[in-house]
Design a protein around this ligand. Structure first.
Ligand SMILES: *Cc1c(COP(=O)(O)O)cnc(C)c1O
Length: 390
């Protein structure tokens, strides 16, 4: 009997069926291009869901990662390691946050943020101050607690009961938050400044500022989930920097590692010392290879690059908001959502057939190109998208 080498069949036999996959087998890539196993070339406008910040197989990042790999790949958090400390220092210097806890994913970063907020509120206000308010249509992860934080019932239904203590407010409605705070002993409010999985929807500026002021007045912590919006994606280093607010806790993951799994919980002045020995941890957290790669990525997201991100964003918005078959363009920076006349899944299929990889967010087509996508490659992708839209 010959061995079955059909990847699609083997995947459906052996890999848990948790993802609706596109029928594309990625073989290799370079920068903003990837090739499938049949040699077909695509422009990558999805970057592994905002992960490959500098595209695929970026030389500088590979060097940073492999240099560290040749020294040692892991030690545990029982010893001091340079990549972890260097990255934490860089993040604090760039954000004015004070300390960083490292972990491996967005959900784990949000778990850490929630734990830090609960412990702070317990010590400051009492054990019954544990409620956390999140927004309707938010997405914060898939663990039982971050599912509870996620304000979308459709994610909850099969996994009840979830972690207790989460309340949901309609985004944009400051009165709704005020009422929740009045009636509930609240530790924190957690937001994505641009709701990603919820359909690439940016929160209103005045609303976020009002939220921030409400938090200050009531000693409620503001947590920004910057897993997707972080690390240059919105045209600022972190999404909240578009809003003139200062969160107490920032969680991030996705793009920070440039393709390796790493998450971070950045702790501001109020909460910097709330996590003490034994209260939190993660075996792989601060892994030296991931941190060395992330340090390379984070040190390259400078003002010049952010400026480029904003320019490319304006270009895309200008081109697509007037394009036939596109009803609206939402989002910020290089995190954009297209409301299309065609069904989004059909639209994505046609883009894929025409050599452009894009993904979905709710009923929208989502664009998440590499931060350094060359302008001429971006132009080529936008022309395909315009053609498909008609
Ligand atoms: C992707 C995402 C998460 C979950 O991140 P994982 O690394 O998949 O656990 C959490 N919050 C937001 C805003 C995200 O976009």
């Amino acid at each position: 009997m010959t061995e079955n080498n059909n990847l699609k069949e083997l995947d459906s036999l052996y890999v848990a069926n948790t993802y609706a996959k596109f029928p594309v087998e990625i073989a290799y890539g370079k920068g903003s291009f990837v090739w499938d196993n049949e040699g077909k070339k695509y422009i990558d406008m999805a970057t592994g869901i905002a992960v490959n910040a500098f595209g695929v197989a970026d030389e500088e990042w590979i060097k940073a990662v492999t240099d560290q790999m040749l020294k040692y790949q892991h030690t545990s958090n029982l010893y001091y390691t340079e990549p972890c400390v260097k990255l934490a220092k860089l993040l604090c210097e760039k954000t004015d946050m004070k300390k960083v806890f490292f972990c491996n994913s967005g959900a784990e970063a949000n778990e850490g943020a929630i734990k830090a907020a609960r412990k702070y509120a317990k010590e400051k206000h009492g054990a019954d101050f544990y409620k956390i308010i999140t927004l309707v249509n938010s997405f914060h992860g898939r663990t039982i607690t971050t599912l509870a934080a996620t304000g979308q019932d459709s994610f909850h239904n099969d996994f009840l009961p979830l972690t207790e203590g989460f309340l949901y407010a309609e985004a944009g409605n400051i009165e709704a938050i005020k009422n929740l705070i009045k009636e509930n002993k609240t530790a924190a409010i957690m937001i994505e400044v641009v709701q990603g999985e919820g359909g690439v929807i940016a929160l209103d500026k005045d609303y976020v500022k009002a939220l921030y002021e409400l938090c200050l007045e009531n000693d409620i912590l503001l947590i920004c989930d910057e897993v997707q919006t972080g690390n240059g994606r919105t045209g600022m280093l972190y999404g909240y920097m578009n809003y003139e607010v200062m969160p107490d806790i920032v969680s991030t993951a996705k793009g920070i590692g440039g393709g390796l799994p790493i998450g971070a919980v950045m702790l501001g002045e109020k909460v910097k010392d709330v996590l003490t020995p034994g209260t939190h941890g993660s075996t792989f957290g601060g892994n030296p290879v991931c941190c060395a790669g992330a340090y390379n990525i984070m040190s390259r997201i400078d003002d010049a690059l952010l400026n480029e991100v904003r320019e490319k964003s304006s270009y895309i918005i200008n081109e697509l908001s007037k394009a036939k078959g596109i009803k609206s363009v939402t989002g910020m920076g290089l995190m954009l959502g297209l409301e299309t006349e065609k069904d989004a899944s059909q639209f994505i299929k046609e883009c894929t057939d025409n050599g452009v990889l894009v993904i979905k967010a709710k009923n929208k087509v989502r664009l998440l190109p590499a931060l350094n996508i060359p302008k001429e490659v971006l132009t080529e992708a936008i022309e395909v998208i315009k053609k498909v839209a008609q």
